[in-house]
Design a protein around this ligand. Structure first.
Ligand code: RB5
Length: 147
């Protein structure tokens, strides 16, 4: 599995924790920044990260800002991306099963780092159910994309 990861200054510290986690677990990844707590505009780091998932260069993406809201809005602009903003480890499972979400957004000012790791573990390790009703709904989302 190949992961694209990005953040803004609000998510920098959590992103660094996740980069270490990806390294420790020998998961291939690309870090799209940012690379310090200096303020950046989240569209500048998140869009290239999400685009790399939409273009199929990476299997999944993880994006983090203060609330998770700004980064999820940006990621969902990209065709082929289904970004889920998740604050809870059980919802992390549901969004993989039902939405086949391929980008995970989290808010570093909203959840603890312990919760972040629970969410990431569940989200990375839960497969899509491939049930007809979910495929039908996802296809309807794709049909809304501006090509
Ligand atoms: C940055 O202060 C903050 O606005 C950003 O991290 C994020 O929460 C935006 O949605």
């Amino acid at each position: 599995m190949k992961i694209a990861i990005a953040c803004d200054h609000g998510g920098f510290e959590y992103k660094e924790l996740l980069v270490k986690y990806l390294k420790d677990n020998k998961i291939e990844y690309k870090d799209y920044g940012c690379y310090s707590v200096e303020a950046v505009d989240y569209p500048d780091t998140i869009y290239p990260c999400a685009k790399s998932v939409g273009d199929g260069l990476f299997d999944k993406g993880i994006v983090i800002c203060g609330t998770g809201i700004g980064v999820s809005i940006v990621a969902n602009k990209v065709n082929g991306v289904r970004c889920a903003l998740v604050n809870d480890d059980k919802v992390a499972i549901t969004t993989r099963e039902h939405n086949d979400s391929n980008v995970l957004a989290m808010g570093a000012r909203v959840i603890s780092s312990e919760m972040m790791f629970k969410i990431v573990d569940n989200w990375l390790n839960t497969p899509f159910t491939n049930e007809d009703r979910h495929i039908r709904r996802i296809n309807k989302i794709s049909a809304l994309e501006i090509k």
